[in-house]
Design a protein around this ligand. Structure first.
Ligand code: ADP
Ligand code: ADP
Length: 229
């Protein structure tokens, strides 16, 4: 059994007269420790899927098994626990606390987690050894995204979910961030799922899931993925 199994997953938005089918019978798997990409045009249904996988939204039908457990069946309390302890999130616009330093941002996220990693060590791992005491406004976009990645992985999550993590960065910095995320999946065996419109990175991923028109268009497995230069 794969680490993540998506089965007959549907998400409908009822808009009065019309129904928008945002996820239309998705079926695919992701193995533990993979660096997986979800690509596809705007409006394809990528964020909808990630929101359901992350426990931020409910599926209309179907199931998502993680380690054999169906997360679509969790009640609200269980979902909160799942979001808090099992998931790490990275977003396009970093979502850091502006009045806290890089280190304090990471510490805040780890406070409630029992088996959290050492915030200083994690910030070193993402290349920010000398910037820990800086506030977000004193950091570049790429550095702020590194802080938000550190904040997410410090919780020791089962799954790291990244929604357009390079969307606000220039191409070169975006590549460095994707390279960091891939390295983290390798060094920590954390499953990393990234939504990106950067198709150039596809040969470097273990698995590429293409979504178009709310459906799975194609799934590609790379046995020997290229490195991100
Ligand atoms: P992507 O992330 O690939 O750009 P989305 O998952 O955001 O695509 O959107 C998929 C479809 O679902 C789009 O047609 C979008 O307009 C629609 N949609 C997304 N969220 C909502 C919502 N809360 N209410 C109604 N329609 C939505
Ligand atoms: P290359 O020069 O390596 O061929 P391009 O600059 O042509 O790469 O971009 C390849 C793809 O990556 C294009 O689809 C482009 O829209 C996308 N892209 C460019 N910059 C970024 C970025 N900062 N984040 C995500 N995707 C990007």
């Amino acid at each position: 059994m794969a680490f993540i199994e998506v089965k007959n997953l549907y998400k409908r938005y009822d808009m009065g007269e019309t129904v928008i089918m945002a996820n239309d019978n998705l079926n695919f798997e992701i193995e533990r420790g993979e660096f997986a990409l979800i690509i596809g045009p705007s409006g394809a249904g990528k964020s909808t899927f990630l929101n359901i996988l992350g426990g931020m939204d409910r599926a209309s039908d179907g199931s998502i098994l993680i380690d054999g457990k169906d997360i679509t069946k969790l009640n609200e309390r269980e979902l909160t626990t799942y979001r808090r302890y099992d998931m790490g999130f990275v977003f396009q616009f970093y979502n850091l606390m502006p009045n806290l330093t890089a280190l304090e941002n990471v510490e805040l996220a780890t406070q409630i987690v029992k088996d959290a990693k050492d915030p200083k060590k994690v910030l070193e791992d993402v290349g920010l050894k000398d910037r820990m005491d800086n506030f977000p406004s004193q950091l570049s976009g790429g550095e702020q995204q590194r802080v938000s990645i550190a904040r997410a992985i410090a919780k020791n999550p089962k799954l790291l979910m990244c929604d357009e993590p390079t969307g606000a960065l220039d191409y070169k910095t975006g590549k460095q961030i994707l390279s960091l995320l891939k390295d983290l999946s390798r060094s920590t065996n954390t499953t990393v799922i990234v939504i990106t419109h950067n198709k150039a990175i596809a040969p470097a991923a273990d698995r590429v899931i293409e979504i178009a028109d709310s459906k799975i268009r194609n799934v590609t497995l790379n046995k020997n993925p290229e490195s991100i230069d």
